[in-house]
Design a protein around this ligand. Structure first.
Ligand SMILES: [Zn+2]
Length: 579
């Protein structure tokens, strides 16, 4: 783990305002000395993400993410500790210390990115060379222009087991770096070989312009059709969106989400420069959050087949947990955007995008397919279903759809409305009960889990957390610390934080959350910020502190009084068996 010197961290602290840092990613609303906003780390519609100005920390009451400015940057930019510190230092205009810390992980990441960049160059220059004609023809046959090929940095991996390997060697890269980047592999009899062979290549580039991975496709029908870079230090496929680096600069506040790289490339060429795609996985929560950072609206341009429609429904469900508006175009005449654009051209495709339905319209259309609206029973069943869809939308929208349904089905608007209101009333009650129950379950589960994990009573656990919370807010309590011995603390995490606090106080150093960054993991940082968020004030800190110490001492003595004198026969026997 990186060890940065304290003076540097303190300077970083003085020149960094956590609210400032976070507000470039999250829109925050002031609320006294804290600010709140929608959490960027989980999907939510009501804000539970809180930034504490006093302690320069953040904590989300929804998902438990928390920490200081460094933790925030680490998480949101997907960086390691040192790179996150560097980014903040740059922002604050402070020089990083030259020595005294271990940055091997950052160096490794950088080398992987260099290997990737050089590999992308190699694939591209192959594609435009004589040897790459077969790859070039593949793309040209699919309707791509040379301009598009260059813009996406597409390439060709030659039909050879070691062409890239030799090339990278000649550029001075080591085998270890190539393995780390995933561009070569090692065989059973210990020979190194290129991961991509005789394939057309699509580099995956992150929003900072780094080549982080590759997707390789065969030129014929052989298997496997696609080979993609496995996960590496710089690439986690569930967190990335293909072409977001280009789409984020499209100047629009909507993104078009497609299924495949080729769809995205075809769409960009046709002028839809806000198209992106997942990287060969079903849509994930992380990708949904990424989209919500860049767009207010997403057009779900999924394939026109069964698998595509299934994926579409999953996507709609995921986006429902965010405030991103969803639009669903109805594609006809081709199985995916790439094919439709090639067959009918840009304008027809644009017409389909413009005519996209919103989530409600889509759900109603989908429902309609299931009933025969020429029969009375069909109409009744459809209306009952429609009411369930409409009960969650705003009154204005309800009114609009009711008018539409009324004229479409030739049923009085007022009677549909009465039924809708009746359903909404019953549904509200049901929902409230459900929410109430889940809150109670959650808090019970959390309490039980905590005490179970550590095998200590809840009150001891709470006392230990309270001690940390009090020390951070009222360092005066330190004078009482002779009263508690760190070894009596049941949790390793608390012990570690406690010892650090005491040693800092003894050296008369500040204790703030940024000083814990170098010694705690992300999960521990979250826990620490939760403790800070829940333990901010006390009417009589010293008295409370002393009480907590009593509890800890008492529980400790209780546990250790289990000596041979008061052990049960069984326990007594076990003591010998285990030795
Ligand atoms: Zn959260």
């Amino acid at each position: 783990m990186a060890q940065l010197n304290d003076a540097f961290l303190q300077e970083l602290k003085f020149k960094t305002d956590i609210e400032d840092v976070i507000s470039t990613y999250v829109s925050l609303k002031k609320r006294g000395s804290t600010s709140i906003g929608l959490c960027p780390f989980h999907n939510e519609k009501t804000p539970s993400f809180t930034v504490y100005n006093d302690t320069q920390s953040f904590y989300c009451f929804g998902c438990g993410a928390g920490g200081d400015a460094v933790t925030f940057i680490k998480k949101i930019e997907n960086l390691d500790y040192l790179d996150a510190v560097k980014l903040l230092a740059q922002r604050a205009g402070i020089q990083m210390p030259q020595e005294g810390f271990d940055d091997s992980l950052s160096k490794k990441r950088r080398r992987i990115l260099e290997v990737n960049r050089e590999s992308a160059r190699f694939f591209y220059s192959n594609l435009i060379s004589d040897n790459g004609k077969i790859g070039r023809d593949y793309f040209l046959n699919r309707g791509l222009s040379m301009h598009t090929i260059k813009r996406f940095g597409l390439g060709y991996a030659p039909d050879s087991w070691d062409a890239l390997l030799k090339h990278l060697k000649s550029k001075g890269f080591g085998i270890g770096d190539m393995l780390d980047a995933g561009v070569i592999k090692i065989s059973k009899n210990n020979r190194y070989y290129d991961t991509f062979k005789n394939r057309v290549m699509t580099p995956i580039i992150d929003v900072r312009g780094n080549v982080i991975a590759f997707g390789g496709r065969v030129l014929d029908d052989s298997k496997p059709k696609y080979v993609n870079t496995a996960e590496t230090l710089v690439y986690k496929k569930t967190n990335e969106l293909f072409a977001l680096n280009l789409a984020k600069d499209s100047g629009q506040d909507s993104l078009i989400l497609c299924e495949g790289y080729m769809d995205v490339i075809a769409m960009h060429q046709a002028g839809f420069t806000n198209a992106v795609a997942g990287c060969g996985t079903a849509l994930t929560n992380e990708q949904v959050r990424l989209i919500s950072r860049y767009a207010k609206e997403v057009v779900l341009a999924y394939d026109n087949d069964e698998a595509g429609q299934k994926a579409l429904n999953k996507a709609i469900t995921l986006f429902r947990q965010t405030d991103v508006k969803v639009k669903i175009p109805a594609f006809s005449g081709g199985k995916d955007p790439d094919e439709i654009i090639r067959k009918y051209g840009r304008d027809k495709f644009k017409g389909m995008l413009d005519g996209a339905s919103n989530e409600i319209e889509f759900a109603l259309l989908d429902l309609k397919k299931k009933f025969n609206l020429n029969t009375t029973q069909g109409k009744i069943d459809f209306l009952n279903g429609a009411i369930k869809i409409l009960c969650n939308v705003s009154p204005i929208e309800q009114d609009l759809y009711l008018s539409r349904l009324s004229s479409e089905l030739n049923v009085e608007k007022s009677s549909i409305k009465i039924q809708l209101e009746d359903y909404s009333r019953r549904n509200k009650k049901r929902r409230e009960n459900k929410i109430y129950k889940s809150i109670i379950d959650d808090s019970m589960r959390q309490n039980q889990r905590i005490s179970y994990e550590n095998n200590v009573p809840v009150r001891q656990y709470k006392a230990e957390e309270r001690i940390i919370g009090l020390l951070l807010n009222y360092p005066d309590c330190f004078k009482l610390c002779s009263g508690v011995d760190a070894d009596k603390l049941s949790s390793q995490f608390i012990k570690k934080v406690y010892i650090e606090i005491i040693s800092r106080l003894e050296k008369q150093l500040d204790i703030d959350i940024i000083s814990f960054g170098p010694i705690l993991t992300d999960t521990e940082m979250s826990r620490l910020s939760r403790i800070m968020a829940n333990n901010s004030e006390s009417k009589n800190a010293k008295k409370e502190f002393a009480d907590c110490i009593d509890i800890i001492n008492y529980e400790f003595s209780l546990k250790n009084s289990k000596t041979s004198a008061n052990l049960s026969d069984d326990e007594y026997r076990k003591m010998f068996e285990s030795k």
